[in-house]
Design a binder for this molecule. Structure first.
Ligand SMILES: [Zn+2]
Length: 471
């Protein structure tokens, strides 16, 4: 008995030690990594970055610059715009730096690295305007993943960010749009944030209903006449409706960052948006015809919906994110199709309008789809879309359209069988709560199980039919 008791005591003290030391090395106890983004003079076309690892043990380190865009389903060569990489040991002594494989630099036992990013070249060479940072007279904007690198293996550590801007320039970071100290819980949260600054930037808090919703901010930079009052109203409407659809907010604040830009060249593409954890940014064409109220509200609502799907509720492959190459994901039809359907269901003022939006957004795409894409099972099409979603938008559109129509058919069945008591909204809210509780991706075959738990309605046959090739 005594020996067993002793063994239990030893085991207990070992467990206590493990908890006291922060468990399995997730890094909660370690001081945050310190980032400095320094853009100090108007009109300069590069930005300076500094990354410091306080209290780090001596170890050989690698600096990585992202190439994959989270939820961008593609890659951009951000490492090509990085120059003058310098590394320093904990005593401040310069270290040798060598270019490694892919988007990597070997920086020896560095406790600090510094580098520049050439923003002018980035904007010239990246033709998808949504994927680029930019500088203008009186304005600069920075996409986190296009400028922030990280020490390989340290991605889970918390981060403190400091920003230096030209004298007198207002600065907004989507990490804290009201202007508190800037902290990110890990590298993903930092990389997924945006910074905008300058006297040409318009920032306002948007009035939303109910007033208890997390605050919404509009950040606007326009190279053509723009109506901030209209844009704030449409952003507010989209936000109110998406909050009502999902019921609870997975963020403490949300920022809509709109850039209305004169095209840099005929090759550059505008009109797309990119979703983030607590913001969305969009680059619209100042020379284009502009969007209708409904079109723009949908554009905003669609990207807001992504803060729930897939940012907090996702299939396998989304998290943890790989920064050096775009991951292969077989559930983009859910992430894009169900999020867009949620925006349609939330915005449509009538059944007639819902049908019109389904027709325009999804059914018309199916009618025009190329036979070789129709023949692909939906999971395979999604894997192709993992890297070619926007570069061949036929692939992106067919992926989200098949997912969106699957969602619509499930919604119709749930409404019919429950006599209007329940809808897909209840199924998605339940899946959201399940994702928050379980901290993991769902497996495709689990979807209809979760939906049945929430609504009592079987949707597995609808799932399987839409996963099959189109006939
Ligand atoms: Zn989308």
């Amino acid at each position: 008995m005594a020996a067993t008791f002793m063994r239990m005591l030893i085991l207990l003290s070992l467990l206590l030690c493990l908890f006291a030391s922060g468990g399995t090395g997730r890094g909660e106890q370690r001081p945050p990594v310190r980032y400095l983004l320094s853009y100090t003079a108007p009109r300069i076309t590069s930005v300076h970055l500094r990354i410091e690892l306080p209290g780090a043990a001596t170890a050989t380190r690698t600096l990585v610059i992202p190439r994959a865009v989270p939820m961008g389903y593609g890659e951009e060569p951000y490492d090509q715009f990085v120059g003058r990489v310098a590394a320093f040991d904990p005593g401040g002594k310069p270290l040798e730096v060598a270019r490694g494989d892919g988007p990597r630099w070997r920086v020896g036992p560095a406790a600090r690295v510094e580098y520049d990013v050439d923003l002018a070249r980035m904007e010239q060479q990246i033709h998808d305007a949504t994927d680029s940072s930019r500088v203008r007279p009186g304005y600069a904007s920075f996409l986190g993943y296009s400028v922030f690198g990280f020490f390989e293996g340290e991605e889970a550590r918390a981060i403190e960010l400091q920003i230096e801007a030209p004298n007198g320039w207002p600065v907004v970071s989507t990490l804290a749009p009201a202007g508190a100290s800037l902290r990110a819980e890990d590298f993903y949260a930092l990389a997924d944030s945006q910074i905008a600054m300058g006297p040409a930037l318009h920032v306002e808090r948007v009035r939303v209903a109910p007033a208890t919703s997390p605050p919404l901010y509009l950040a606007l930079y326009a190279e053509a006449d723009a109506d901030p009052v209209r844009l704030a109203r449409l952003a507010g409407e989209a936000y109110t409706k998406m909050m009502a659809y999902f019921g609870t907010a997975p963020f403490f604040h949300y920022t809509v960052l709109l850039e209305i830009l004169k095209p840099v060249s005929p090759e550059h593409e505008y009109g797309f948006g990119m979703e983030h954890l607590e913001s969305f940014h969009s680059t619209l064409d100042a020379s284009g015809p502009g969007m209708s109220d409904l079109g723009l509200t949908y554009h905003i609502a669609h990207h807001m919906a992504h803060a729930w799907i897939p940012k907090r509720c996702y299939g396998e492959g989304y998290f943890p994110f790989r920064w050096d190459a775009a991951p292969k994901i077989d559930t983009i039809w859910f992430s894009e199709g169900f999020a867009q359907y949620a925006a349609i269901a939330a915005l449509a003022a009538s059944e007639e309008q819902r049908q019109q939006m389904l027709e325009r957004r999804f059914r018309s795409v199916l009618q025009e789809a190329a036979p070789e894409l129709r023949r692909l099972p939906l999971r395979e099409l999604s894997v192709v879309a993992s890297t070619q979603y926007a570069s061949d938008f036929r692939i992106g559109k067919l992926t989200f359209s098949r997912g969106g129509l699957m969602a619509a058919e499930m919604d119709d069945r749930i409404r019919t069988e429950t006599h209007g008591e329940k809808s897909l909204r209840d199924a998605l809210r339940h899946l959201m709560a399940w994702s928050a509780a379980h901290h993991r991706a769902f497996r495709i075959e689990e979807l209809s199980v979760r939906f049945r738990e929430a609504t009592g309605v079987e949707t597995r046959d609808i799932l399987e039919r839409w996963l099959a090739p189109l006939n």
